[in-house]
Every structure is written in structure tokens, then in C-alpha cells.
Design a binder for this molecule. Structure first.
Ligand code: AMP
Ligand code: MG
Length: 492
């Protein structure tokens, strides 16, 4: 099934999604664009993928990754899926994305190569199928930051300017992002198969997902249930990581939750500065459904939607199937609690945190909330003895915080253990996150002044977020007025 790898083109396509029944996708090429130009190219990622040769001919690469020409051997398609958006079930699908195919990397990994912003498809509804340069640069930046943080994520290979304008509130530059992911299977892919296709399609989809992401489940006594548990575990780990770094996805609809456990679909996402569990930046999330602190229960809710889609494959008797799925999903909160304790433990330098340490952690968060402390910098203060921002530094000197700190030092084993604890903490507490005001500045420079330098500096910095670099303090400070009025947008 592999197409030939020649010297002239580096692609090694597997095309196994096209082996699945047709209701799961529509075969079609990207809509051509007038004059594609390669604006950004992730050389390091390209090397890992065995696609380094793409840089030898950037014109051809721009044609391929801008959607003007289909790369040799590719068999492009748009995937069908549905999803619960803010709790409501809707038919969706790739409305502005095209899967070129599954590429095999030199290490044997199979990865989806997808163009985002590549034109209309049968699933576009009222949309134009396009994406703005600003939104695609934003996805590139945040996904690479997540990768740097060590959090499972789709990656960004390239941004191609289309040469066309995109109509939003005003006309903006259009762009196509090349996204690389373990796969683009979503909870919503299963919801779609369950609601709109025969059960044989659902069976084939499950078999495919197991083979691709959870091969050990193929021999499980109940593969559908084993698969559900495996997806739940990956999502538990992922959400715990988000909570570790203050990441707010912003639109955790079931169509944006992957089966692989990677973060995907960077729309209105943002990183939290001042700690508050109710933090929401997305302009459409008026109820705070996807607020920072709501992410774990929402992940559980989404897994319950996956379970519903899988019910007929879990057990032929509906009641029995519900019982089995429910027993599993009810374990989510306690599993999350265990993982959260371990994660917070690492952020605070505990090798094996106890339930007593949990109280200490909860008290810290309460202090951070009442004193409006920066989430990232509070942990940096504990780790290094200094906070890069003044407000957090001052809050760390208050009697309440100092009293808390005394308890912390006691519980990690006293002053003599502090250094060991601080060394442990370094791998879990980033020095740099893509702070909202800096992201916006970098995007403005790139789109309004054609100056990519601030964007590239930020990408470089957040790609190595645990290494403090001299002279970069400005990247560690939240905006002086806070970011209470910061708003992010979907579908830009
Ligand atoms: P998102 O909010 O990016 O996860 O997108 C939700 C759904 O809307 C998906 O089915 C997208 O393909 C679709 N969509 C978003 N933007 C556009 C657009 N400009 N044109 C067509 N479909 C879109
Ligand atoms: Mg989406």
C-alpha cells in the first residue's frame, strides 16, 4: 500500500483511511489558491518526518502545502464527523481542512498530514473553507509551545500564504497551515458513525482506531470497553498536563477531542496569567462551560459521549452496555484526582505526595486566587526564590504566603531537602508560556507590518520553556493591567 519514495519527492503515503467505508469521508482535492508562498517552515519537524527535502524546492512545496497542486501519491479527502458543541449535537466534518494522507516517518510512525484553510468541502455549511494568516500563525505558535512543554499535541509543519484575501470583519491575508497529527479521529467521528451510518461502519471505525492508536486492545476481552478506558486514560493525562501549565483550550466540544489524546484545534485557546479557576477568554463561551477549572469535568462529559457512541459494541444488551460504560466513566473523577495530586506534587517538589500534601496544594491555589498571583510565576518563585513579576513577588512576601511557604518547606522535608525539591520542580514548571499580550503583539507585527521577527523569537523561546534565558525577562511578565479584557475567537 506504500507509494514509492523517490529522490525527487519525499512523501511516503500509507492511505489507510481510504480503506474505511465511504460515509466516513469525501474524496476531493483542496481548492486551488492563486499564488501560494511558503511563509514558515518547521525544519526540525520536517527532518523528523523525513520531509527535509521539501526545503530544496520551496515553490513546489508552497504549491503542495498551499493546496494548489496535490502532492504525488496523495489521495486527499475531507473527514466526516459530528459533535456536541457547547452541549448540542451537530453534524460537522472537515469544513476547511483536507487530509492529504497518512505519511510514514523514517522511524515508522504513521502521521496525518492535513491542510487547514484549504477551501470548501461538502462539510463547509455556510463557511468559506478558508483561514486567516493570523489564526494559522497562532495555531503554529501555540501548538509548538505545547510540544515544547512536553504535552501531546498536533504539530505545525508550515504556513503558506494563499495570495487571496479572506473576508472576516475586514479582509485579511489568507493562509494554509500544514498540520501533523497522530490522527484526526475525534470523539465526534464516533458520534457521527453511530448516528448516521450502519453499525458495520462503526465496527470498522473502532477496529481502525484500535489498530492505529491502541493495538493492545485488539486482544482485550471487550475491545470496545478496553478502547474506551484507554482513550479516557489518555485524556486524563492530557487534561492534567493542561492544568499543570495553565492552558485553557477554550472550545472542548466533542469534535475537538482526539482519540489519540493529542491536543488539537487551537482556536480560542489561551494561557492563564493570574490564577483563577473561572478564567475564560473565548468570546463565545459566555457561560464559562470551558473555563480553566471546568476542563476535567468537561473531559469526563465528552468521554461519556464517546461511550454512548460505542454502546452497541460494548454489549449487545443495552442495559448491560450502559452499566459497563457507566462503571468505567464514574471512575474519572477519582482517577483525575490521583493524577492531579501527582502533578501538583511535581510542581511543588514532592516525590510522592500524601493526602496531607493535598491540603497544602489546595491552600496554595486559594492564596493565589485571593492575592491575584500569576500562576506560572508563583511556582517559579518557589522553585528559584524569585518571581519575574513584581505583583507576584510582593504577594509572596505577605505573611499569609510566608506562613504557607513555611509549611511547604516542612512538608518537603525541611530546608536541607529544598534544593532536591527545587531540582525536581524544574521539569514541570515552565519559565515561559506564550503570554496572551505577547502572542497578540507577535501576530500583529507579522500580519500588519510583515515583520516575522517577534513571532520567530517567541516561537524559539516557548519551544524551550523550561530553560531560563538571560535578557528575556520581559517574556515572563504578565501585562501590567492584567488580561481580564482579553478575548479570543473561534473560526477566524
Ligand atoms: P472549529 O471551531 O475550528 O473546531 O470548527 C468547527 C466546525 O466548523 C468544523 O466542522 C470546521 O470545519 C467548521 N469551520 C470552521 N471555520 C470554517 C470556515 N471558515 N469554513 C468552513 N467551515 C468552517
Ligand atoms: Mg474543530
Amino acid at each position: 500500500m506504500l507509494s514509492n519514495n523517490t529522490d525527487t519527492q519525499p512523501w511516503r503515503w500509507a492511505h489507510n483511511y481510504t480503506q474505511l467505508p465511504e460515509p466516513l469521508y469525501s474524496l476531493l482535492p483542496p481548492e486551488p489558491v492563486p499564488s501560494p508562498m511558503l511563509l514558515l517552515f518547521n525544519g526540525v519537524l520536517a527532518q523528523q518526518l523525513g520531509l527535509g527535502a521539501l526545503l530544496n524546492d520551496s515553490d513546489t512545496t508552497a504549491q503542495w502545502l498551499g493546496g494548489k497542486q496535490v502532492p504525488p501519491g496523495a489521495n486527499p479527502l475531507a473527514q466526516a464527523y459530528a459533535g456536541h458543541q457547547f452541549g448540542h449535537f451537530t453534524m460537522l466534518g472537515d469544513g476547511r481542512a483536507i487530509l492529504l494522507g497518512e505519511h510514514i516517518s523514517p522511524s515508522g510512525q504513521m502521521l496525518d498530514i492535513q491542510l487547514k484553510g484549504s477551501g470548501r468541502t461538502p462539510y463547509s455549511r455556510q463557511g468559506d473553507g478558508r483561514a486567516t494568516l493570523s489564526a494559522m500563525l497562532r495555531e503554529y505558535l501555540i501548538s509548538e509551545a505545547m510540544y515544547g512543554l512536553g504535552i501531546p499535541t498536533s504539530r505545525s509543519l508550515a504556513v503558506v500564504l494563499t495570495g487571496d484575501g479572506v473576508r472576516r470583519e475586514r479582509i485579511q491575508h489568507g493562509a494554509v497551515l500544514t498540520r501533523v497529527a497522530a490522527s484526526h479521529l475525534r470523539v465526534g467521528t464516533f458520534e457521527y458513525a453511530r448516528r448516521f451510518t450502519p453499525i458495520t461502519v462503526l465496527e470498522k471505525l473502532l477496529q481502525y482506531a484500535i489498530e492505529r492508536h491502541y493495538p493492545s486492545m485488539a486482544t482485550h476481552e471487550n475491545p470496545a470497553l478496553g478502547f474506551l478506558e484507554a482513550v479516557m486514560e489518555r485524556q486524563l493525562a492530557l487534561i492534567t498536563d493542561w492544568m499543570r501549565v495553565g492552558f485553557i483550550h477554550g472550545v472542548m466540544n466533542t469534535d475537538n477531542m482526539t482519540i489519540s489524546g493529542e491536543t488539537i484545534d487551537y482556536g480560542p485557546c489561551a494561557f492563564m496569567n493570574t490564577y483563577h479557576p473561572g478564567t475564560v477568554f473565548s468570546s463565545i463561551d459566555t457561560q464559562g462551560r470551558y473555563a480553566f477549572g471546568n476542563q476535567p469535568p468537561i473531559a469526563q462529559w465528552n468521554i461519556a459521549r464517546l461511550a454512548e457512541a460505542l454502546l452497541p459494541l460494548i454489549h449487545p444488551n443495552a442495559e448491560e452496555a450502559i452499566k459497563l460504560a457507566q462503571t468505567l466513566i464514574e471512575r474519572f473523577p477519582s482517577r483525575y484526582d490521583q493524577q492531579w495530586l501527582a502533578m501538583m506534587g511535581k510542581k511543588l517538589g514532592f516525590a510522592a505526595p500524601t493526602p496531607e500534601d493535598r491540603t497544602l496544594m489546595v491552600d496554595l491555589l486559594a492564596l493565589m486566587q485571593t492575592q491575584q498571583m500569576d500562576y506560572t510565576n508563583t511556582f517559579l518563585y518557589l522553585q528559584t526564590g524569585q518571581s519575574p513579576d513584581k505583583q507576584t513577588e510582593e504577594a509572596c512576601q505577605t505573611p499569609d504566603f510566608q506562613a504557607w511557604q513555611t509549611r511547604w518547606v516542612q512538608q518537603i522535608g525541611g530546608e536541607e531537602q529544598k534544593k532536591t525539591a527545587q531540582n525536581l520542580m524544574q521539569a514541570y514548571n515552565p519559565a515561559y508560556i506564550p503570554r496572551n499580550h505577547l502572542v497578540e503583539q507577535a501576530l500583529l507585527s507579522a500580519t500588519e507590518e510583515q515583520d516575522l521577527k517577534p513571532f520567530q523569537t517567541l516561537v524559539q523561546l516557548v519551544s524551550k520553556p523550561y530553560e531560563e534565558q538571560k535578557g528575556m525577562e520581559i517574556y515572563q511578565t504578565p501585562p501590567p493591567q492584567g488580561d481580564q479584557d482579553y478575548r479570543t475567537f473561534c473560526g477566524t
